[in-house]
Design a protein around this ligand. Sequence first.
Ligand code: CO
Length: 330
Amino acid sequence: MIDIHAHIFPRITQAEAYALDPHQAPWLKVVDPDRGMIMRGTQEFRPVIPVLWDPELRVADMDRLGLDVQIISATPIMFGYALDASKVADWAARMNDLTLEYCANHPGRLKALAQVPLQDTELACREASRAQAAGHVGVQIGNHVGDRDLDDEQLVAFLHHCAVNDIPVLVHPWDMMGGGQRMRKWMLPWLVAMPAETSLGILSLILSGAFERLPRRLKLCFAHGGGAFAFTLGRADNAWTYRDIVRQDCPNLPSSYVDRFSVDSAVFDPKALRLLVDVMGSERVMLGSDYPYPLGEQRIGALVGDTDLLQAAEKQRILVDNAKTFFNLS
Ligand code: CO
């Protein structure tokens, strides 16, 4: 099994974080051998567990779970898109080097996605290519940079760079909308806003016509099963059909673009997974767990492996084959 959506958080020191931004940049406080705390400035952000920075513990966990390969990426709080671009370029390079170090003892088991300073296209392209040469199998980006969504000309230019250089891209929702009073409890930003962020990323690429300008060979994958996208695609098609303002920049029916991207399998319900595979096609769904966070799949691969709503050939594609092709794994 190949898991394409799993996070790390390296041992970032307080001094490194303060050099980037003393209030916003995250760092790791190791509390004891079993516990850490992601810090922002002097504020506690989130309690975390050592597999995030200890590769030996992760590989032991992968053995326990029967997982062959995990493709690891930054925890989105590490992105730094709102901070000074040239400082974040250095920061991203440092994070990417740490991520490769994390994988170094287990080159066959752990593969890395790079992060980039997406607020500056030139710097982002440079770091994506540097990371590719250094051994990263792709990049992970957030679904937006402030008010700029994936249809932004500069972000499309970055995706174009990835397409022509065969750099696979995983899009992860972050910096969730509606973060004020209305979603302050019960992890609502994760439950309501994250699926909406991902759907916004996909629909902005479709309805802007960006897919018409991007090369077909672009390898693009959206986390969390594409969020709300699959279940609401019929609504988008209906809107495109009956409202000219919906189709003004998009020459074809929204559902005709599903062959331009992939999604992971992190939807936690066999019927939702069946719908996702029916909408996307089984060649465009890949196992993604969101390990090791509590909102991830705890027994990685169980949703796909256990259901009788998928055929054996579909399971094989989702658990193994699609990721091999997408990330150019031998
Ligand atoms: Co995630």
